[in-house]
Design a protein around this ligand. Sequence first.
Ligand code: HEM
Length: 430
Amino acid sequence: MSEVERAATCPLHQISPMHPELLACPTGLNTRLRREAPVFKDSVSGIYFVSRYADVVSMAMDHKTFSSVITGPAGRGTSNLDDPELAEIMGEGYPNVDTMLTQDPPLQRRYRKFVDGAFSPKNLKALEPYIEQTANKLIDQMLEKTARGESVEFLEDFAAPLPLTVIASQIGVPLDDLHLLRKWTAAFIGNLSQQLDRDGTLQAARDIVEFQHYFVEKMDERRARPANDILSKVVNASINGEQPLNNAECLSMLSQIMVAGNETTASAFTETMLLLINNPQQCQSLYANHDEDMIHRMVEESLRISSPSANMFRRATRDVELGGVVIPENALCFARFGAANQDEATFPRPLEFDLMRDNLREQVAFGKGVHHCLGAALSRRELKVSFRVIFARLTNFRLPADQSAPNFAPNALLHGLTHMPLAFDVVQTP
Ligand code: HEM
């Protein structure tokens, strides 16, 4: 019996939600937890899983009780600094500093204000032609592949490179180095997944140190010759005469922008595509009408169902009662945005891809409160602009008959497909 099947019937205290199969396929377990144990202590990890919409929102809104500063292994991925080889590798890099995502106000706000401007509506509007051009270029390459008789992998060929290309242009990284950004993002995500073995952990540490040295060199360049990019904003940030950020602080901010933005947006792309394939009626209605409002609905409903940032850590700063359970001071908790977004009390028939939901605005895929996603408007724009291009050029999406169906990756924090084989037809223009 698979762990997913077991989790449907066995007593709750025998379930470990951190089991890789349940991290990959949490839907059934989430339904059960919301009904039977909305605040559930996993006896293996000791983490409190908070799964109902109302509880997750109240956690996210109360940053004083639920801190984002996590000390110990949870905040450092799987890094075990008792391992001398790991400590030696990491000793060649820069120390981890808690900045936006892993910091609390007022410090969190201080860091965030240095980069908020880069994601202003004006900047994002100006970015639209570049997103459109990148989407068109990637589709051209997909068509070249099919012309050569090769199959298309939507994750590799579109969903991953699009946000990577856009964020690289904003950070100020040359396009020739995209493969490095991809490798470093994977290293950070591997660490976060809590699923790496020792070799994987050591390799991730080497890649992260390489990332740090690459960016420190670029940061020195921007200190000497500022440009109009995020790198320059971060290294030269000094508001009201404050000290500029040091290298470790800058690296923390850059890694968050890179990691928080790439994998999540790629997952939103692949899952939207899968939802379109699995819901031909909704897909047809989008072909009939993909005006601004309908594309917006599709993106919001897809973000609700997919919730790429499924779980985020919090630490209780005091004993606190939530959902009838007392969470003790210092306990680690998961604010489960993915489970909240499928709470039937807020979103009736939560697994249905319903473009006409009247409360799409309530979805919490980008979090809530002070940590609400820095890149929410950027991701939304990338998804909307790209799907407009996709609908104009491609149609009849399907999974190729000769390839395995896509699976979700086991990851403690993120939820996304491991691959997304795709067949399609080209839209015939009259
Ligand atoms: C579909 C794509 C995305 C999803 C689902 C997503 C999800 C989230 C969520 C749930 C949070 C809140 C975390 C918490 O409460 O602890 C968050 C914060 C954050 N996101 Fe995103 N994100 C996405 C795209 C991006 C992009 C493109 C960027 C890069 C610009 C980005 C950068 C950040 C940063 C820096 C934070 C921390 C903000 C803070 O703590 O002040 N995200 N994101």
